[in-house]
Design a protein around this ligand. Structure first.
Ligand code: MG
Length: 168
């Protein structure tokens, strides 16, 4: 290495961030699959919401990828698991989305704790954004789950919510 090389990253933080790219891409994959299932059910508003969510997850993955590059690390991308294909109902779909976001929150929080333990200040600053983002993600998914529960078997209420999410 030349003398001009930047401060190296701790291996543990680098590896955990590389791993997180895969989880964000899996989120994009999962929401795209959910978008498809809404689309074929003619619930175009829910489908629109999920498509948009999927694109946001792709951006999250790229944020990690780019952060590592800025620190002089080229992340080796890992295989992404196949997401579920079929979903029982809109409620079931959004419940799964909420459960998934809770899991992601746990991963982001662990990543933050690791960055603190390793004394990686730039990683902590970068992860602050994700900590806040996860609060938003859980809040919006919870809101939709609650409203789907209220709608129950009432298809007029379901279509009203579908129309509203189409405006996202
Ligand atoms: Mg995400």
């Amino acid at each position: 290495m030349s003398e001009s090389a930047q401060t190296p990253m701790k291996g543990a933080v680098r590896d955990a961030m590389g791993e997180q790219i895969k989880h964000e891409l899996y989120s994009a994959y999962l929401y795209l699959s959910m978008a498809g299932s809404f689309e074929v059910a003619n619930l175009t508003g829910f489908a629109h919401w999920m498509r948009r969510q999927s694109r946001e997850e792709l951006e999250h993955a790229i944020k990690f990828f780019d952060f590592l590059l800025d620190r002089g690390e080229h992340a080796e991308l890992q295989a992404i698991e196949a997401p579920p294909y079929a979903f029982r109902s809109p409620l079931d779909t959004f419940e799964q989305a909420l459960e998934h976001e809770k899991e992601i929150t746990g991963r982001i929080n662990s990543l933050y704790e690791l960055a603190v333990r390793e004394g990686d200040l730039p990683a902590q600053v970068m992860l602050n954004w994700f900590v806040t983002e996860q609060v938003e993600e859980e809040k919006s998914a919870t809101e939709i789950v609650d409203r789907l529960r209220m709608a129950g078997e009432d298809s007029a209420a379901l279509l009203l919510l579908d129309g509203e999410l189409g405006k996202r």
